[in-house]
Design a protein around this ligand. Structure first.
Ligand code: FAD
Length: 282
């Protein structure tokens, strides 16, 4: 991909089984043909996928494929996180998606989450400018935020602590992103914030997940998706058109790139990216 093209990244979650890992390598190779700037691999609540995430990230990196681990303190102490970061650096990893994360299910009230701005500051303190740090941003507000302006203030805190860029929670209404970017600029945030894009694969999973993470599925879209019933093929085809159009509108209106929540599947992400013509020129 040339410099003038928008930044492109693909997110995976760490599969639990050897078969899942094998399949992921196949998906990665297919998506890698679009020459993304990087892949990223999520981190389970409370550090539950620490070794699995690390294994995949270091494996991909040693194959020459830029891959960023997501990271949060979870239940770990500073020493454990420092060691993990040192291992990443030694493996050639140079980008981290720094998060607070969520409370793992079934833990008691003593559990203390560490805000993402503190993780960013911790990484900068120990590693200077070595890592490119991505942080999460919420055009439709983080579900626990007290107010829209508070959430933007805390996002600014993450950039002030040293984050380089943001990746958003997914959304289906482009105006949510445009309004959010205006508010970010007014708050003095100049760093790029890349829209997170969720391909539409399965109606039930999408609505369940959206309800918990605070991403809105507009009423008209819920109705349209509901109407497909068990006809998954038609739902996916509708989803590809809809999400391709969303991406087009975003890029035409100066979004600096796109980050795809691939759900570890080549399609429909590959189809959407092809529709956008984001194909490497060489
Ligand atoms: P923070 O930025 O720390 O914010 C959390 C909440 O606290 C917000 O409501 C904010 O307004 C408020 N807040 C922030 N800072 C302060 C402060 N200093 N004082 C008081 N309040 C504050 N989850 C996973 O489990 N694993 C993943 O790999 C993962 N990857 C993600 C990738 C992206 C791009 C996105 C958008 C989300 C991801 N998530 C992941 C979900 C994320 O962990 C949750 O949304 C989590 O609840 C918040 O994490 P954060 O880093 O945004 O938190």
């Amino acid at each position: 991909m040339t410099d003038s093209q928008p930044r492109l990244s693909f997110e995976f979650f760490p599969p639990k089984t050897p078969e899942g890992k094998q399949k992921l390598i196949h998906v990665r190779d297919q998506l890698n043909s679009f020459a993304p700037d990087f892949f990223s691999v999520t981190y389970g609540a409370g550090g539950s996928t620490r070794d699995n995430t690390k294994g995949i990230v270091t494996n991909f990196t040693s194959a020459g494929i830029a891959t960023a681990p997501h990271l949060s303190f979870g239940g770990d102490d500073e020493e454990t996180i420092l060691e993990l970061l040192q291992d990443y650096k030694a493996a050639g990893v140079d980008r981290i998606v720094a998060l607070r994360g969520d409370m793992p299910s079934g833990v008691g009230g003593a559990y203390q989450l560490v805000y993402a701005n503190e993780l960013v500051a911790f990484i900068r303190k120990h590693f200077g400018d070595y890592f490119h740090l991505e942080v999460a941003a919420y055009p439709e507000i983080h579900p626990q935020a007290k107010s829209y302006s508070d959430d933007i203030r805390y996002l600014k805190g993450k950039f002030d602590a040293g984050a380089n860029s943001g990746i958003t929670q997914y959304f289906f209404n482009p105006d949510a992103y445009f309004y959010f970017m205006e508010q970010c600029h007014s708050a003095g945030i100049d760093q790029p914030i890349y829209p997170g894009i969720m391909p539409i694969i399965n109606y039930r999973n999408l609505t369940r997940f959206s309800d918990t993470c605070g991403a809105e599925i507009p009423r008209w879209l819920r109705k349209a998706l509901e109407n497909f019933g068990d006809d998954e093929a038609s739902l996916k085809s509708f989803g590809v058109d809809l999400v391709s159009e969303l991406c087009e509108v975003l890029l035409e209106n100066d979004a600096p790139g796109l980050h795809f929540y691939t759900m570890n599947q080549t399609e429909p992400t590959a189809q959407i990216v092809s529709n956008l013509g984001l194909i490497p020129t060489e």
